[in-house]
Design a protein. Structure first.
Length: 136
């Protein structure tokens, strides 16, 4: 069985946001076992799996990304869409656009402290679309 659905995330501010619940609410019932593959359809945001308990992790990750890829670097050529645009593309490449997660007993088989993050790298990224493919 393969099922595919495109889901929309509400607009988020720039930063790292826990979206596990928002994604799961938009999915059909998961199979007994299988895989959930997620693809974010944007080049200035990313998906990640990480610590879901302490909000300081999200703030620290955002600070790390901003230090790794600063805005207004003099060597950027792609600058027409604002100072956050080229850095958002670079951060998206670093983090990645997909996640593949195991399904066991109709639930995501994640670690105790793991959650799905939207890494929003634009100041005003808007709603983000994700293609969810369920294989089971």
């Amino acid at each position: 069985m393969i099922e595919q659905k495109e889901i929309a995330l509400r607009p988020y501010s720039r930063g790292v946001h826990l979206v596990t619940g928002e994604i799961m609410r938009q999915l059909p019932e998961l199979p007994e076992k299988g895989l959930l593959h997620l693809l974010i359809k944007h080049t200035s945001a990313a998906l990640a799996l990480n610590e879901n308990a302490d909000p300081d992790v999200r703030r620290d990750l955002n600070a790390i990304f901003d230090r790794l890829v600063p805005e207004n670097a003099p060597f950027y050529l792609h600058v027409d869409e604002g100072s956050d645009d080229m850095p958002s593309h670079a951060k998206s490449v670093i983090v990645g656009s997909t996640l593949t997660l195991p399904i066991t007993d109709r639930h995501l088989n994640l670690g105790t402290w793991q959650g799905i993050y939207l890494c929003e790298f634009r100041n005003y990224g808007g709603s983000r679309r994700i293609v969810a493919t369920i294989i089971g």
